[in-house]
Design a protein around this ligand. Sequence first.
Ligand SMILES: [Zn+2]
Length: 414
Amino acid sequence: MYVTVHRGTHQIGGNLIEIGTDQTRLLFDAGASLPPLDGPKTENPFELEGLTYGRPAFDWVFLSHHHNDHCGLLRKLLPGIPVFAGKETKRILDVIADFTGQPRPEIGFGFRDGQSIQLDDVRVTPIGVEHSAKDAYMFLIQADGKNVLYTGDFRTSGKAISTVRELLGEGQELDLLITEGTNIRSGKKERAGEFQGEEWVKRRAAGRMRRYQGTVFVLCSSANEDRIQAISAAAAWAGRTVCEDLFQSAVRNRVDGNAQWFVASGVKKDSRAWPYFEELYQQRALVGAETLAKLPEKKVIFVRTSMLPFMARYMDARPPEEEKSPLLLYSMWQGYRQTAAVKQLLDFCEKRGIIVEDLHTSGHAGRDTVKALIDGLCPTALLPIHCEAEDREAFLSLHSNCMMLNDGQRWEVG
Ligand SMILES: [Zn+2]
C-alpha cells in the first residue's frame, strides 16, 4: 500500500490524499484551497492526470465531510469516477447547490458510521467524528496487510481510539496515522474558550441571553449543527424564541424543529429553493423582518453575513419599547473578521448600537487531543497534514517516526 498527499502537507485545507495498492487507486477528499481571507476568490488551479483530465485513473473518491476545503473540487473530477460520502453530507451539498443555483454534485454512494466497504483489495471503514460539520468521518484503510488511518477534521479522539482498536483487533497495529494539525502549535491552546466544547458555549450563551434584554443575533455557520443546538438549548433556558432563515432550516432538515419562526427571503417560483420555501409557507411559519421585529417575545435570531439587509429592516422596524441593547454573538473563527463581508456586518453593528461579543470554540482538536490520539493508537509512522506550513515542526516531538512529506511525494506504507 502507498500514500501520496497531492495537497495538504503544507497548508490547512485543500486536502487531496491518494491511498492505493497495485490494483486500486483511492482518493480521500477532493478539497479546494481556502480562499485568501480578504481578497477575490480565485479559481483553483489544481490539476491531476487521471483525476481532473485525461482518462479516469482513480477507482473511488471518499469525502470526509461537506466543508469546501474537503470537497470543493468535486465538480472538477472526471465523469465516471464514483464518489462516496455520508448520507447527510450528500443531502447538505444538494441543499447548498439548490440555494446557489449550482448543479447538484454527483455523489453516487452513501456510507454509514462503522460500516466497512470492501472495494477489490482495499477495505475502507468510515468512523464518525465530532467536528464543526455534521456527518464528519475518519477513514480506516486496510490492504496488503497494512492499516492506515486518515483523520479528516476532528475535535475529540476518544471514540476514534476505541473504534480503531476494536477494528484492528488483537495483534494488529496501525502502520500509519495521517492526522490534521490545525491547532497543533502549543500557544494556540491558551486562548480562552478555544477548546472548551459545546457545553461551555451553551452555558455561556445562556448567561449572555439572560443578561441582555434586547434581541440576540448569532453569527455562525448554518451547517455547524452542534453549535446551533448548543445556542438553541441556551435560548430555551433563557426563555427565548429561536428564529432561523430558510437556508439554515433547509441545511438542517429541520430535524429537531427547535426554531419557532423562519425568516422569509425572496425565493423565485422557478428556483430550486422554492420547494423548501413552499413547505414552510404552507405551515404559516414564515415571517418577514418587519413582522418578526414586532413580535413581543424575546428572540434569538441566527444570521449570516448575507442577511445584512434583513438585519437592517429588522432594526428599523423595532417598536420604541424594544429599544433595549441588542447583542450579536460572534460564533465563528476569529480569522473571518478579516473578510470584507464580516467587516461590513460588524460595522453595521457598531453604527446601530448592537454590542458584539465573541463566543466560539474550535471544531478542530487542540494539541493535547492530537497527542492523545497518537498515544492511544501508537502508529508505526505519523504523517502530519492540514496544518500551517510553519507549524509542521510542532509534530516532531509527538512521534519518533514523524514523516515530513511534501505534496506529491509517494511513500510506501511499512
Ligand atoms: Zn472541516
